[in-house]
Design a protein around this ligand. Structure first.
Ligand code: HEM
Length: 519
């Protein structure tokens, strides 16, 4: 039959079986543009994906330009694609922009490359440093570095606010603090965020690229439009070239000459350079691109902290509750550290709510073989959009999803508290034991709700985000230390509007009032 997708698989008797499956239904494409026009009907294409699901169901086909695409809109189907059939959907689309950002070859990038053994190897290599488990030395070091850099930021803000009561262009300061957190942790090097012009420029370029990578463009699906995007593409090439030059000259080359080959691995760069020395199959470019990719992760942290501060500027009650936690934990005698996090559930919940509210898109996947999902055929090469905007904003999953409310990430937990016995005889008589049992009271406290099945900001499956530990730890420390010392206010609340399905803000964005707190 026309349009059917053929796949071969083993049946339950171990015999080869041929299946012919129809693709899911979807809108009828127009010549040349396919159904691209339908995505332009809302501010974000993800809003359009949700609208179209009402008509075509939770899984549908859509042609964008000449690319066959699949859109998956509910949790069950998303799990089917990313978990159960993950190995068939681990590719990435071949967008021109992706190549431009990585020296002409998107396979140099960890997030934009197709799946390969090299990718598996790179993920494993990165995980120890960029996704350390709690209780490890690397995890503790993230905490130390993050507090150090957050305190530096607070000092800078104190100077600025002492000099003037004007609103502040806060975002660049958050970005350079995040970059110093990353470079200090991964490379044991930090930069002068006030005077080092090269550093300031590179942090700006990273931020431009972060914004860029969070946008969708018609040229992604209509490559013949490329001549109209010439200047834009040239910018991408230039920004990434400057970034690479900086990383080479200011980080890698220094470390290559002073590589300590014997002692314990000092940091991520150390780990990368040792692999380069010991494994002939790894080449120097791979190492440089990996470091660039991971250092680039700082932009997501800077943008996320800006979104968290925006939430406080929008709603003073959010700030009040966070400060109550900060003051209870630190008694205003010391900065906030990562060790405080378990005792500050509302603060952590605010960061999660910012992630939900912003709803950062999942990088599109690509089918690497003909596959089956929910009885439909999906042809090799199909681009797969995972609509996590629907997961984050639908009333099927959340009460009042349009409301910003961190407490949706909290739950009441009963904990047993044992009041200190008044009797200190050391003898444990029956009477004393009964007495102790009475004193052992049950108390209800608020704790963070973990493992909410439909909340997948970092995705699931083979290509899940490797940076989530760095994001959640560093943003917590930076955000909490700013709020410990400052009240945050909007110049004009109308300016604080966020683009739907986007965790990035433009490089040049609204200013905020940063007012020293009276403790
Ligand atoms: C707000 C912060 C962040 C969010 C919401 C986020 C979310 C995501 C998502 C949704 C994906 C795609 C997963 C998929 O395709 O199924 C991803 C991939 C990835 N993320 Fe993150 N991320 C963040 C920050 C970071 C940071 C800081 C790093 C690095 C230090 C990082 C490293 C990566 C890498 C390497 C991949 C690609 C993995 C692969 O394709 O195999 N991310 N991230």
């Amino acid at each position: 039959r026309k349009n059917t997708i053929v796949l071969h698989r083993l049946n339950k008797y171990g015999l080869n079986e041929k299946l012919e499956l129809c693709p899911p239904p979807g809108p009828k494409p127009m010549p040349v543009i396919g159904s691209l026009h339908l995505l332009g009907e809302n501010e974000s294409p993800f809003q359009s994906f949700t609208e179209l699901a009402k008509k075509y169901g939770d899984i549908y086909s859509i042609k964008l330009g000449s690319s066959k695409c699949l859109v998956v809109n509910n949790l069950d189907l998303i799990r089917k694609v990313l978990n159960e059939n993950g190995k068939f959907f681990a590719g990435r689309p071949d967008f021109l922009r992706f190549h431009k950002l990585f020296d002409g070859d998107r396979n140099n990038s960890l997030a934009l490359c197709d799946w390969s053994n090299l990718q598996q190897q790179r993920r494993n290599l990165a995980r120890r440093h960029c996704g350390p488990k709690q209780q490890t030395d690397n995890f503790a070091r993230i905490g130390t570095v993050a507090t150090f850099e957050a305190v530096e930021l607070v000092q800078t803000l104190k100077h600025l606010t002492a000099a003037s009561e004007e609103s502040i262009n806060l975002k660049p300061l958050l970005m350079s603090t995040a970059m110093n957190m990353f470079s200090n942790y991964m490379c044991n090097i930090r930069f002068d965020a006030e005077n080092d012009k090269e550093f300031i420029k590179v942090v700006d370029y990273f931020d431009e690229i972060f914004w860029e990578i969070n946008q969708g463009y018609a040229v992604d699906f209509l490559p013949f439009l490329a001549p109209f995007y010439k200047k834009h593409m040239q910018n991408l090439t230039n920004w990434s070239h400057e970034i690479r030059t900086f990383i080479l000259s200011r980080i890698i080359e220094h470390r290559e000459v002073s590589l300590d080959t014997d002692g314990p691995e000092k940091d991520f760069v150390d780990g990368l350079l040792r692999v380069l020395r010991d494994d002939p199959s790894v080449d120097r470019n791979t190492i440089i691109f990996m470091l660039e990719d991971f250092l680039g992760g700082h932009s997501s942290v800077g943008n996320l902290v800006m979104l968290c501060l925006t939430a406080v500027a929008r709603d003073a009650e959010v700030g009040r509750r966070i400060r109550a936690e900060i003051d209870a934990v630190t008694k205003n005698k010391r900065p906030v550290t990562l060790v405080d996090r378990p005792y500050m559930p509302y603060t952590e919940a605010t960061i999660l709510e910012c992630l939900r509210y912003a709803s950062s898109p999942i990088v599109p996947h690509v089918a690497t073989e003909n596959a089956e999902v929910a009885g439909y055929g999906v042809e090799k090469g199909t681009i797969v959009f995972i609509n996590n905007y629907e997961l984050n904003t639908s009333s099927k999953y959340w009460n009042e999803p349009e409301k910003f409310d961190p407490s949706r990430f909290l739950e009441k937990t009963k904990i047993r508290t044992r009041r200190k016995s008044l009797c200190d005889s050391g003898m444990e008589s029956d009477a004393e034991r009964i007495d102790a049992a009475i004193k052992e009271a049950e108390k209800e406290v608020l704790t963070l709700r973990r493992n909410i099945p439909h909340f997948l900001p970092f995705s699931i499956g083979k290509r899940t985000c490797i940076g989530q530990t760095m994001v959640t730890t560093m943003s917590f420390v930076m955000f909490a230390n700013i709020l410990q010392e400052f009240d945050i206010g909007a110049v004009n609340k109308e300016d604080l509007r966020q683009k739907p399905a986007c965790a990035a803000l433009p490089k040049d964005t609204y200013h905020l009032y940063v007012l020293p707190r009276k403790h």
